[in-house]
Design a protein around this ligand. Structure first.
Ligand code: TRP
Length: 452
């Protein structure tokens, strides 16, 4: 089944770095803090942690395993692995491709804000600790249709050129260098934020749960974040798994990625919330939160302008690794199923994203009046992908592995054909994937959407 001419990651370490590159991105720096702020802090964090361990990790293991077994894109993988006459499972792959376009539409928009903030940081125009001024600066940027679109297209041009270089060269080379650097800068930010007067209120908000705030919608949002963070439920991890090496220990690699990703998010939270309270910002500010707080923290320390510029540049680079992995889902489908060249497939995907991206980029200006269920296009794409498509994809992947693919196959594939002594662990994973995860996702989904 394995095709020797298929592109793939060139070392075990490269696999870890690239997978981490997919997981770490705007989800850690932008989405995790803003959702934690909107959803009441520690309680949300607690549910998010539980969702990551009990649902996210087992699903990540299942997805990468499917990809490595089939050595194919998300659609073809289900076609090959499903029993005869059950090729309908490949819908999971198509759903994933759709989800990837929706996510990219708003993700590239937020990445555009980050690019714009690199310039603004360098020129000193966002150096303020005043909540009013910071909100105005951000508001002016997102409500300007020309700059919103232009920055989004810069993002797409940059990311598109990298993906055309191919998997090993493009993705590995870019992601290998940046995660450590970003980590160090976050530590610097944490140190500053924690020593601000009034910082302890932020820690209380982040770590002392108020259980009354954990509503069904909060639980669904936390689950959606767990999917979003680990790039699950829509074929990204499956596609990356298809580039994994045969001797890779999947449970170990995925656990490492999960823990590293979690540490980046927690650091971002510790960097942000003490400063939110110290400077008198509103924790529930929403998507603008980090774009106001990060400049404020840097402004209050020596050399802030330089560090701020580097921080936004690193965040931009981190977002590239994540976007590459999102693009890889449709690109691999087009290249492998329609025999398109990698260049052609990449161009077609980038164009599709640009199309979907227009309404997202204009959602705070020209297209502000276009809403569905009370959500503008930006929020709608986010909601549909994180809170519906990914959880539904997640349930289907769990059901496929737990009930169709089965324990004997799972044992064979996760032990690398018996080379690893991890039978007990695989049984735990199997139970989580067969019963716990699909049931939990289904209940949370129906409850969060107020259907039960
Ligand atoms: N995990 C990335 C982040 O947190 C985003 C991402 C990359 C993603 N690939 C994905 C989200 C696939 C959902 C699905 O920034």
């Amino acid at each position: 089944m394995a095709q020797s001419n298929r592109d793939g990651f060139t070392s075990t370490f490269g696999v870890l770095v690239a997978t981490l590159g997919s997981a770490v991105g705007l989800g850690n720096i932008w989405k995790f803090p803003f959702l934690t702020g909107v959803n009441g802090g520690a309680g949300f964090l607690l549910v998010y942690l539980a969702a990551t361990m009990l649902v996210g990790l087992p699903l990540m293991i299942a997805e990468t395993m499917l990809g490595r077994t089939a050595r194919a894109n998300a659609v073809t993988a289900f076609e090959t692995l499903a029993p005869r006459g059950k090729a309908g499972w490949k819908c999971i792959g198509w759903m994933g491709a759709l989800a990837s376009l929706l996510i990219l539409a708003f993700y590239s928009e937020v990445a555009g804000w980050v690019y714009a903030y690199i310039v603004k940081a360098a020129t000193g125009t966002i150096a303020t600790t005043d909540p009013k001024v910071a909100a105005q600066t951000f508001g002016a940027m997102v409500s300007d249709p020309v700059s919103a679109l232009a920055w989004q297209w810069v993002v797409l041009a940059v990311t598109g050129s990298i993906i055309m270089l191919g998997v090993a060269k493009g993705i590995e080379a870019v992601t290998r260098k940046l995660v450590p650097l970003l980590f160090i800068l976050l530590l610097v930010l944490c140190a500053r934020s924690l020593t601000l007067p009034g910082a302890s209120q932020g820690l209380t908000f982040l770590f002392q749960p108020d259980f009354a705030k954990i509503t069904p919608v909060v639980v669904l949002t936390a689950l959606g974040l767990a999917f979003f963070k680990l790039s699950l439920g829509m074929g990204t991890m499956l596609t990356y798994g298809s580039y994994f090496r045969d001797n890779q220990d999947i449970p170990v690699t995925t656990t490492r990625v999960m823990l590293a990703d979690l540490s980046v998010s927690l650091l971002a939270g510790i960097a942000i919330f003490p400063a939110v309270f110290a400077f008198g910002f509103e924790p529930a500010a929403g998507p603008s939160l980090v774009f106001m707080i990060i400049p404020a923290v840097f402004t209050s320390m020596p050399g802030g302008r330089l560090f701020m510029t580097i921080f936004f540049a690193l965040t931009a680079i981190a977002s590239i690794g994540a976007m590459l992995s999102l693009l890889e889902v449709p690109v691999a489908i087009l290249a492998e199923r329609y025999k398109m060249s990698r260049k052609g497939a990449s161009l077609a995907t980038i164009l599709a994203v640009a199309l979907f991206g227009v309404p997202a980029a204009l959602s705070q200006s020209l297209a502000a009046k276009i809403t569905l269920f009370g959500l503008n296009t930006f929020d709608l794409f986010d909601f549909l992908s994180s809170n519906i498509l990914m959880p539904v994809g997640g349930i289907l992947i769990c059901l496929f592995v737990g009930w169709v693919y089965g324990l004997p196959n799972l044992e064979r594939r996760l032990s690398n054909e018996g080379q690893l002594a991890n039978r007990a662990l695989i049984r735990v994973i199997f139970i989580l994937v067969r019963y716990v995860a699909p049931a939990a996702i289904a209940i949370i989904l129906l409850n969060g959407l107020k259907l039960i």
